[in-house]
Ligand binder design. Structure first.
Ligand SMILES: NC(=O)c1ccc[n+]([C@@H]2O[C@H](COP(=O)([O-])OP(=O)(O)OC[C@H]3O[C@@H](n4cnc5c(N)ncnc54)[C@H](O)[C@@H]3O)[C@@H](O)[C@H]2O)c1
Length: 459
């Protein structure tokens, strides 16, 4: 065996042995919505986990047993810490102790809607400074195809180590769905692609100790693109039902009734629901990573562009509904008090990132309305120098509004109290499904229970 072959066998065999016997130390870079649940799950599986984050408050609170992520309770965090499992640090040098390092840092868009990979670059730099033989690095952050090979790999190779022989590099997209109790890290299949065959073998070895199903693919690019396909699929299908909502509105038909009816087809249809727009850290942003990459290859991703256009029109469509509802009752939007119920981007979570409710709030204020809101998960909203505080869900709060808008359908709101309000209630989420009230206005149709003009039907 040549010296190089022996080194390759050594680093790889040592890493696999440590993974198999549970002595591999796992590092997680970025302890947010993605990194913290991953670190906790690895600790639950018996690995020692070193979580590295640049935020001192995040690290301090985790080391004191307080989780800042809704999906990780303090009890779960406590168990992970008690099993000897998890510690948090702001000291990047501690990554040298790790055999496996999963990078879970943000990948936002810049001001011009282009990918901002500066966090990935910073994390790569931190890891490259400690890179050593036998380490496996897995990028988890959603990004454009080519990032792992074009951004991480050259930085690591500059250390004089060879990928697939001395160290191992993979991309494995995170599929966390905040607030989803059925599908969590351990039971959601995990796609992984490596730069070399040994890279993916090492990736499969660690993640199959943590997740029930690992799905290897032939390259990091395939794994990167799989994640973008998943989220683009959602963005495009949500745009389709949002377009249906606008079409149904002009037809005087309740779009939710139409979707329920279509969803009874047992094959060839998948249900998506319309609403005031799309939010969260993934669906509104990720497709732009692909669109940007394709632009560099002289290809325009038309479906992505159109879906983004339709979805971003929805807040304005909702504000027009509010304006028309007030107008029908002889009131102007300007000077009216509009109460939003639910401002998080989706039900039962506290995540405000890219929430369409923010656009609805800003558009209403631009038109001269006073915006109030109630959200059991979001005590304060701060945006562009504005600040709003959640009001209690009381008869006084409801009585103070000229119009109510259900922007997020959180489960623990007493919707029945909205049914007989004397003011219009614009229900963008079908939260009042099945409830009859004179002032209920659905996302489409004259009301949630719009009736087609029978006189217009040919005999
Ligand atoms: N939130 C989701 O639902 C979700 C789902 C799937 C994939 N993703 C993807 O996962 C990635 C992470 O998203 P998130 O929601 O966990 O973000 P987040 O903002 O919740 O957490 C990121 C953490 O990384 C830390 N950080 C930033 N730069 C760092 C650095 N250089 N070194 C160490 N720590 C650093 C931040 O302080 C923060 O605590 C993104 O690419 C995102 O697109 C997110």
């Amino acid at each position: 065996m040549s010296k190089a072959d022996a080194a390759q066998a050594d680093s790889f065999a040592t890493l696999l042995t440590k993974i198999e016997d549970g002595t591999a130390v796992c590092g997680v870079v970025g302890l947010g919505y993605v990194g913290l649940p991953l670190g906790v799950e690895m600790a639950r599986r018996g690995f020692h986990v070193i979580g590295y984050d640049v935020s001192q408050p995040v690290v301090d609170s985790l080391n004191e047993g307080r989780s800042h992520i809704q999906d990780v309770s303090d009890v779960m965090l406590g168990e992970a810490r008690a099993s000897g499992g998890l510690e948090a640090t702001t000291d990047a040098a501690r990554l040298a102790e790790c055999d496996v390092i999963s990078i879970c840092v943000p990948t936002p868009l810049g001001k011009t809607r282009d990918p901002d990979v500066s966090y990935v670059v910073a994390a790569t730099k931190a890891v490259s400074e400690v890179l050593r033989h036998g380490q496996l690095i897995i990028l988890e952050s959603t990004t454009y195809p080519g990032t792992t090979r074009e951004v991480l790999l050259p930085a690591f190779e500059q250390r004089g180590l060879e990928v697939g022989r001395d160290f191992f590099l993979c991309f494995s997209p995170e599929r966390v769905d905040p607030g989803n109790e059925r599908w969590q890290i351990h039971n959601t299949p995990k796609v992984i692609g490596g730069i070399t065959r040994r890279c993916v073998e090492a990736g499969v070895a660690i993640y199959s100790r943590v997740m029930e199903q690992v799905v290897p693919v032939s390259s990091p690019e395939a794994a990167e693109l799989a994640k973008l396909l998943e989220n683009t699929f959602r963005a495009v299908n949500i745009a389709l039902v949002n377009e249906m909502a606008q079409a149904s509105d002009r037809l005087g038909v309740d779009v939710f009734e139409v979707i329920e009816a279509a969803a009874t087809k047992p094959f060839g249809f998948m249900k998506f629901t319309p609403g005031p727009g799309i939010g969260g850290h993934c669906i509104p942003l990720d497709p732009h990573y692909l669109a940007w990459k394709m632009k560099t290859l002289n290809y325009r991703t038309r479906m992505i562009d159109l879906a983004g256009e339709i979805n971003s029109e929805m807040p304005r469509f909702v504000v027009e509904k509010v304006r028309d509802a007030l107008n029908d009752r002889g009131k102007a939007l300007k000077g009216s008090r509009v109460l939003l119920i639910g401002v998080a981007y989706k039900k039962d979570i506290d995540d405000m990132r890219e929430s369409p409710a923010l656009d609805v709030m800003k558009l209403l204020e631009e038109k001269g309305a006073t915006v109030l809101y109630h959200d059991p998960y979001v005590p304060v909203v701060r945006e562009d120098g504005h600040s709003w505080t959640s009001l209690p869900f009381t008869p006084e709060t409801l009585a103070s509004a000229d119009c109510v808008v259900i922007t997020t359908d959180h489960s623990d709101v007493r919707y029945e109290e909205l049914v007989d309000l004397p003011v219009p209630v614009v229900d963008t989420r079908n939260a009042l499904k099945g409830k009859d009230g004179l002032n209920i206005i659905g996302l489409s149709g004259a009301g949630a229970r719009a009736v087609v003009d029978r006189a217009a039907v040919p005999a």
